[in-house]
Each structure stands twice: as structure tokens, then as C-alpha cells.
Design a protein around this ligand. Sequence first.
Ligand SMILES: [Zn+2]
Length: 246
Amino acid sequence: MTDAVDPPAERLLHDLGITEPGEIDVEVIACAVGAVVRYRRLGVGDARIVGLGDRAIITVDNRASRVRQRFSVAHELGHWHHHRGRRLICHGAADQQVGVAGCEREADGYAADLLMPRFMLEPLVAGVPMSFDLVYQTAAAFGVSAMAAALRLADVHPAAFALVVEEADGRRWFRRSASLNPRWFVRSAASGVSVTADRYGLSRANATFAAPAQRWFLGQGAKDAQAFQTIDVMVCGRAIHLIVVA
Ligand SMILES: [Zn+2]
């Protein structure tokens, strides 16, 4: 537990007496805050919410994977908590994709807090080195996608690391962990190395290489530091680099 005030999603879990990852049933939680969840085919996006007064209906695409549906429900509950009464068009959960702004980011943050609350995740990662094994263990334990788990670990895990994600269309973005030196910049592409999912291929996924930290980071001290990099290609098709500072 941190000393910080619990975020609203974690307060809700406490209020409902939910203490284990397996108890985070998004339909039951939705019901507790006045929202009903329905599953049907949606033309646009993964989910939407329509609210009237203190009641709401969340509709989720019935073709999405179960982990995506859970994240979508949690995301819409984020809108229900933060943006009730406001007119907004939600294009569905972004699975915590970096780059979404404002209301969508707030809803994604709420979803991460609800599905992977700090008070459950922190004890699980305590003393466990950051790795893709941990990402997949977290994803399995909390019923979320590996990408959502990786990004949440960047908030919660005490190690200094960065995640650099390559989208299928070639775009790159990164997420830094809370304890990465705030004065270090993350290079979105490793210096002097052209790395793509295709070049690495699945056969080399999850192999860890030692590398000078400055290959991935710019800033005072990066020149003398060592890092360990691992690449993984996730089910969603995105290649993700994990660069842990030694
Ligand atoms: Zn939304």
C-alpha cells in the first residue's frame, strides 16, 4: 500500500470488500454503481455507455476477446465515475494506448486501477525482477491483456525501465517506469540499431541482451550505465521492447 490517497477505482474495490484478483467481476462492480452491462455486436468501437440520471447501460462488442471486454467495461466505468452527465463520444477502451488524451486517458487510468489495483499488484511484484515473464503472470492473474499488464507494471514496479512499443503500422511510442531517472530521455528508436518485430521474429522473442544504457536513453549518467533489453511480440501484433536499467 502506498501512502497516497486511494484512487476512486481502488476505493470502490475496498467498499465492495474485493481483496483478490479473481473477485474483480466487472459486471458485478458495474451493477454496484448503477450500470448494466450488455454484450452485442457494435459497428464502431469496442464499447459505449449511455447514462440517464444514476443509471447507465454499458454495451460491449460481443466479438472482442474476454480480456478486452473486461478492460472495456472498466474503461466505461471510468467514464461513468469521472464524466457522468457530460456529453462525450467514446470510441472504446484504448487498451491504455499512449497518446490518447483527456477523458479517454482518465477512463483508461480508472480501468487500470480497477483491474490491477496497486494494493493487490504491489505485493505480487515485490522482490520480483521486471521481465516479460512477470508481464504474462500479471496478465493471467488479473485477466487483462499483456499490453495492459506491461503498462500497469510501469506504474507500479519499483525497477527503472522503459517500454518501447512498435505498432503494426510502424509508429513507435514509449512508456517510462515511475522510478526511471526523470532527467533521462527515452529514445523511441535505439541509437544505431534498426529494430523491428520482423527482424527479430518470434524465435528470438524474450531473449535478453545486455546493452549500454545510452543506446536507449539520453541524459547525464546514461553513458556509464548498463541496461538489459528484451523484445517480445504480443498477441495484438505489437512488438514491445523492455529496457531495464541495471
Ligand atoms: Zn472512452
